[in-house]
Design a protein around this ligand. Structure first.
Ligand code: NAD
Length: 470
């Protein structure tokens, strides 16, 4: 069993002396072991990436783009098989797992079309002054467990197109698909360009402190993101931090509830609410509050929660025990505070990390379940009457990742959207993200952006060249 999953260091499979256990969250049982990368192996991976950088940076952009496109195609081809493994380690039902993997492949295709610009400040008889973008070097990429494949590829694709090399570390809770992808890509990428390592809680801090990295691209919680930045400060490594959110949605009185109720529901509960940009606070106009609440509870009751490998399952378990305990504790706190909890259907009682879909009926604004990022299926619904007042409540948050406005009056909705202090706002839709559009958080939700040309340039440094003529 222990040789099933290997790291990829310098293009070759790398086994470890010790292992971390990987648990299927739908059963609570260990089903595989992943390598626990040693400090010496991390050094090897960084050295391999540094060596590979000397040649990879000189590979013409078009060839790097072509290889990233090819890698995306390999991901799409392997999606059906990888999706079963994805469900075992992550919990999400197989169909949605396959969509993430194939979607990540398409994402790579789109990133492979991007190219850094060249700015010409002056092109005269006297001089040429231009700014080009050059790669940074070796990237430390650290990804979380909620979207383990796509969020890793959001880093791999632009970093490679930009001409960098990478050491990628998935979450200890979901290392397996990423390890497999490392092997699949090793068949097409030059050795050392993409190294994939796995390990326990000690590996992330070892990486962020490693002097061999030029930049850290991190996706995870705000608390860890701050530790990453602290560690990066020691040698001024560049950082991109994609962190937590406590996103609000505002539902105006003019919406057609037949049309939007289901969309609002899945905007909050898809992936069992383990989405950084899920709706985590739902502000609903008083005049439609009761109607929408009853509809959401009805949808929750008919949504099948269970093992993602079983036919008909729509929502899986919480991904890991640590998160399960945290969400359970938040639920307990809500119960102790005598908040009104409305539950969805049955959840399996089999040792898996299942939590019933829960709607909290109009809790006070200062309740923990409103103020904190639950990252689990607990949705607080809050009444409002005045739009100015609700915008203040929405913005009174330590986070600033995304948000949504639901209204038939799109002019008014746009005005509201523009007053929300987040990196992304949706109107009459949610959870939409695109490879050609910058995504990033404000406040405690992050620093820098991923995706779009801005995201590509986060893996590059501007270099101004002044050429005297004549
Ligand atoms: P986490 O912070 O616990 O872990 C993220 C990654 O960091 C893992 O690979 C982990 O092993 C590693 N890590 C842990 N401690 C570290 C340290 N001291 N130094 C370096 N690396 C370390 O986050 P998580 O629980 O895996 O993910 C859930 C969180 O991620 C939520 O808060 C969610 O909102 C956020 N998230 C943000 C985005 C975004 O794009 N903004 C996307 C997905 C998830």
């Amino acid at each position: 069993m222990t040789d099933d999953y290997v790291m990829t260091i310098n293009g070759a499979p790398a086994r470890a002396d010790s292992w971390i256990s990987v648990v299927n969250p739908a059963t609570g049982r260990v089903f595989a072991q992943a390598p626990d990368c040693s400090a010496a192996q991390l050094d090897q991976a960084v050295a391999a990436a540094r060596q590979a950088f000397t040649t990879w940076r000189k590979v013409p952009l078009e060839e790097r783009q072509a290889l990233v496109r090819k890698a995306g195609t390999r991901l799409i081809e392997n999606a059906p098989e990888l999706s079963r493994l994805f469900t075992q380690e992550q919990g999400r039902p197989v169909g949605a797992a396959e969509q993430e993997i194939a979607g990540a492949g398409l994402w790579m295709h789109a990133v492979a079309q991007m190219a850094p610009p060249i700015h010409v400040s002056e092109d005269s008889a006297a001089q040429l002054v231009e700014t080009r973008y050059v790669p940074l070097g070796v990237i430390c990429a650290i990804s979380p467990w909620n979207f383990p494949v796509s969020l890793a590829m959001w880093k791999v694709a632009p970093a490679l197109v930009a001409g960098n090399t990478i050491v990628l570390k998935p979450s200890p809770f979901t290392p397996l698909c990423t390890l497999r992808i490392g092997q699949i890509f090793a068949e097409i990428l030059p050795a050392g360009v993409l190294n994939v390592i796995s390990g326990g809680d000690a590996l992330g801090p070892l990486m962020t402190a490693h002097p061999g990295f030029d930049k850290i691209s991190f996706t995870g919680s705000s608390a860890t993101g701050k530790r990453v930045m602290e560690s990066a400060a020691k040698d001024l490594k560049r950082v991109t931090l994609e962190l937590g959110g406590n996103d609000a949605a505002i539902v105006m009185p003019d919406v057609d509830l037949d049309e939007v109720a289901e969309k609002i529901f899945f905007g909050a509960f898809f992936n069992t609410s383990q989405i950084c940009v899920a709706t985590k606070r739902l502000y609903v106009h008083d005049s439609i509050y009761d109607d929408l609440r009853d509809r959401l509870v009805a949808i929750a009751q008919r949504t099948k929660v269970g093992d993602g490998s079983e036919q008909g399952t729509v929502l899986g378990p919480i991904q890991n025990e640590r998160q399960y305990r945290r969400v359970s504790e938040l639920l307990e706190d809500a119960r102790n505070a005598n908040l009104t909890l409305l539950h969805g259907g049955e959840v399996p009682n089999n040792g898996g990390y299942f939590i019933p879909l829960t709607i909290v009926d109009n809790p006070p604004e200062n309740a923990r379940v409103v103020q904190e990022e639950a990252f689990g299926p607990i949705l607080p619904m809050l009444r409002f009457t005045e739009i100015d007042e609700v915008i203040e409540r929405v913005n009174d948050s330590e986070y600033g990742l995304a948000g949504a406005v639901w209204s038939k009056d799109t002019d008014k909705a746009l005005e509201i959207a523009r007053s929300i202090e987040t990196g992304t706002v949706w109107i009459n839709q949610n959870l939409m993200l695109r490879p050609d559009t910058a995504f990033g958080g404000r406040k405690n939700s992050g620093l820098g952006v991923e995706n779009g040309l801005d995201g590509l340039l986060e893996y590059m440094a501007p270099q101004a060249v002044y050429l005297a003529r004549g």
